[in-house]
Structures are given as C-alpha cells and as structure tokens.
Design a protein around this ligand. Structure first.
Ligand code: ATP
Length: 463
C-alpha cells in the first residue's frame, strides 16, 4: 500500500514536471528516446540555480578550492589508468524469451534484500537465481535467463574522419578523471598548497542497464564533483569534514527536510577497489531511499595510476621542507539531476484549501525557486497594464520575474503555486491612487500592501 502511494506520487511529480514545463520526455515528436529527458524553461532555471548555489558553496566561498572545466573526450589511456576499462561494469543477464535486460544484483536485491547480496560473486548470484527459479520480471517466463556477465558501462565513440586514422574514445563516465589529469597544471599554475580542492560541473555518460525512476538514473547526466587533495594521514579528518559540509549544503543552503536525508556508510564488501571509506548521503525519493551524493576517500590511487601510465611525475612538493608525496584524495560526487529530483520531491505538496478546492504547490526555497515573483494586473485593463509593466521592469532587473495578465486572478495564483513562485504581486485600482500593490506569499497565501517605492528593499529582506 505504502509502495503504491509512493509510486503514484512519482507519477504526479512527473505529470507536474511535464504540465508546467520542467521536464519533457526526450525526442518526443519522434516517439521518444527511452530514458532521455529535456529540461523545459522552469527546469532549466532550477538546474541553473542548483549549479550556481553548489559552485558558490564549494568553490567561490572556499579559499582552498578552485574550479575547472575539462573535456568530455579524454585520451583513451586515462580510462585504462583509472581502471574503468577493466572494472567499470555492472552484472547483466537477458531474458531469452522477451529479450529484456536485467541487472543481476538489483534483481536479487529486490528479492532477498541488500544485506543478503553483499559480497556475492557473479557466479553465486546466478546460482541463487537459478535455484529459486525466479520468473522474468517483464514476461514471467521461468528458466529463460542467459548466463550472467559483466557489461562495461562506458559509451564508445570514434574521433577523426579519415579511414584508418580514427581513434576509439569513450564519453567520460565521471568528471573526476579530468581533474586528476590536470592536478599538476592547477597546482603549479595557481600556486596552490595542500590541502586544496579542484571542483567541476559537467556531463557524464553511463550506458546503464536499467535506467529508470525518471531522472534518478539516466544514461546522460550531469555531475558536480570535487577532488580534495590532502596530505596522507589527514584524509580521515577531511572525509568527516566533507560529509558534514555536504549535509549542510542540503539542509541549510537548499533547505531540504532533514527527515528525508540520511547517511549510509559502505560496508567493506561494498567499497570500490580504490576506496578506503565511502558514505552516501541518501534521500527519501518518492520510490524509497536512494543515493544522492557519494563521498569517497579515494586514497592516492588515481594520481599513482596516472603517474604510472603517463610517465609524468605527479608528486606534490612541499615548499617549506621539500617533502615530496602523492596526495590522498577525498571526493564528494553529486549528481545534478538526482539533486533536481530531490528538490522537486521535497517541495511537492497537494493542499486542501478552506474553500474546498485543492491546490498543487511546489514549496521551493527562495534560493532554488525558478521564478521568484509573478506580477499581474488584476484585470487586463488599459489603466492597470502599464502600471503592472512598470513594476515588472523595476523588479526584473534584480530577480527572475514573470508577467501574466491572462485569465482569472485565482487561476494565475494557482499556476504560480505549481511552479513554486514564492511571491505574487498584483496591481489593482487602489495602486493607481496610492501606489501600493498586493504582495501574496505562496505558502501562507497571506497578502499585504507594499508601496511600489519600497518593493526592492522589501524583497531584498525576503531573499
Ligand atoms: P549508483 O550506485 O546509483 O549507480 P554510483 O555509486 O555509481 O551510483 P557515483 O559513481 O558515486 O555513483 O557517482 C556520483 C553521483 O553521480 C551519484 O551519487 C549520483 O548522484 C550521480 N549519478 C551516478 N550515476 C547516475 C545516473 N546514471 N544518472 C543520474 N545520476 C547519476
């Protein structure tokens, strides 16, 4: 029952996202491309706000972090060095009957629980699935699964037009490696001293076997990652610091509800081969708890590997005592699209109003809201429109505003509630005599009159 309710909430969120121009199905006029999404005008604004807030909090407000913007296509050796060519794969099997692809670990986890599957090899998982004679989740056929195998998640492509002169490349599956291969460039040109971090925002690509749950897991997505380079021996402290810092970003900067967030430490069996410790910040999505942010203590693995494969000396030299070492790294890695889904899920609500009507409302914080103010003339009348336009042009130079003069005022309020606009300003006949407007607050729906001349300072205080 609870699961049904959760699933129907996800459907409602997907419907609001489509209806109100946050997210559209990808390539829709051609019948759609599975698991691809396009962000509409309000979605694009929300993504921009999240990027901006993350960049401010992780780069601009920190003396010890700098930004970077590296290529999606990197030298193919990068992925050999990082271990992605040999290790970046998921266990897969097909149903011979309906040809659906199934991720073996997720399939068994759904049947037996996450504790059960920890540490199991591919062969062991396959044996259990055969013994239990589970049916295919898509067509119900039994005994129809192929042998389980590892499937590399990197997308391949080719560079170059000349026949024979092309090289095989991968679309990056994470932004982190672009940072590692530029470590020396950054620390030598920007005169950085350890400890310091390098952050970047950009697209990543993974050929996920079971891409699902709206924008939670897609094949093309955006990451906001930071590699924090520190002296060996200090990584535990920094790891703790960054887990707390990330949590504060979610609760204090974005205003996500604390009860929807939790920290989950990885067990030894779960840890990636390069990781000494990993904690996930999980969010309670409409379909249950899921990883939002992975914070990993990556040791000196990546820099060491790049030193080995490139032949470049990637050691850091401490100026004061000439001490030379490969730094350890702590990495907070966040998916922008998952954050987008968490922020919308957190904000989503349906309310019964005193007049018996219901309203859908997205309670975004003033920082994340795609549109900050809606500005309306009470009616589309000659006397009111120019005044409303005047107010719009005053406020639009400072905040993202929307002007709307069509339809009943109540409908215009509902529309702004559904896109999460925190304030609506209405210009009526009283405005013409005393220069005051009505400011309506989204959550309380309380209204107050404010002098046009005071609007700027009024909103500076509110924001
Ligand atoms: P998962 O276990 O869910 O596949 P992961 O542990 O492989 O995720 P990381 O490699 O740690 O993910 O990537 C860091 C972050 O990037 C994740 O916490 C998530 O927010 C985001 N992310 C990873 N894969 C995807 C995807 N396919 N679609 C959207 N976001 C993703």
């Amino acid at each position: 029952m609870a699961q049904e309710k959760e699933e129907s909430q996800l459907k409602e969120i997907v419907a609001v996202c489509k209806r109100r121009g946050f997210v559209f199905p990808g390539s829709e006029i051609y019948g759609g491309l599975s698991n691809s999404f396009d962000y509409g005008p309000y979605g694009a604004e929300l993504l921009q706000n999240l990027r901006k807030l993350w960049w401010e909090y992780f780069v601009q407000r920190r003396e010890d972090v700098v930004g970077l913007d590296t290529s999606i296509l990197l030298h193919p050796k990068v992925w050999e060095a990082s271990g992605h060519v040999s290790n970046f794969s998921d266990p897969l099997m097909d149903c011979k009957s309906c040809k659906v692809r199934i991720r073996v670990d997720h399939f068994l986890e759904e049947k037996k629980g996450s504790a059960f599957i920890q540490g199991l090899t591919l062969k062991e998982m396959q044996k259990i699935i055969e013994e239990e004679n589970y049916p295919c989740p898509n067509c119900g056929a039994r005994g129809s699964f192929t042998e389980a195998r590892n499937f590399n998640l990197m997308f391949r492509t080719q560079q170059g037009a000349n026949e024979g002169g092309t090289i095989d490349l991968y679309l990056r599956p994470e932004t982190a490696q672009g940072i590692f291969i530029n470590f020396k460039n950054v620390y030598s040109t920007c005169r950085r001293k350890i400890p310091f971090g390098i952050a970047q925002i950009g697209k990543s690509f993974r050929n996920e076997i079971m891409a699902r749950q709206f924008v939670f897991r897609t094949r093309e997505f955006e990451q906001m990652e930071m590699e924090y380079f520190c002296e060996p021996g200090t990584q535990k402290e920094w790891f703790k610091h960054w887990v707390e810092y990330c949590m504060l970003f979610l609760t204090d900067v974005l205003g996500l509800k604390k009860e929807n967030l939790r920290i989950r430490e990885h067990t030894k069996e779960e840890l990636s081969f390069y990781s000494e410790a990993t904690s996930d910040i999980e969010y309670h999505f409409p379909f249950g708890w899921g990883e939002l942010w992975g914070i990993a203590s990556r040791t000196d693995y990546d820099l060491k590997q790049h030193e080995k494969f490139s032949g470049e000396d990637l050691k850091y030299v401490e100026q004061s005592n000439n001490k030379k070492y490969i730094p350890y790294v702590v990495e907070p890695a966040l998916g922008l699209n998952r954050l987008f889904l968490a922020v919308i899920s957190d904000a989503y609500g349906v309310e019964q109003l005193p007049d018996g009507e219901t309203r859908t409302v997205l309670r975004f914080s003033t920082k994340t809201a795609p549109v900050k103010m809606g500005i309306f003339p009470l009616m589309k009348k000659e006397e009111l429109v120019p005044k409303a336009r005047e107010v719009f042009s005053i406020l639009q130079t400072h905040w993202t505003c929307e002007y709307d003069d069509s339809g009943a005022i109540g409908k215009r309020y509902r529309r702004q509630d559904e896109i999460g606009t925190p304030f609506c300003i209405t210009i009526d006949y009283q405005t013409l005599s005393d220069n005051t407007v009505t400011v309506r607050e989204r959550d309380s729906m309380q209204q107050e009159r404010v002098l046009i001349g005071n609007l700027k300072s009024y909103f500076i205080e509110k924001f």
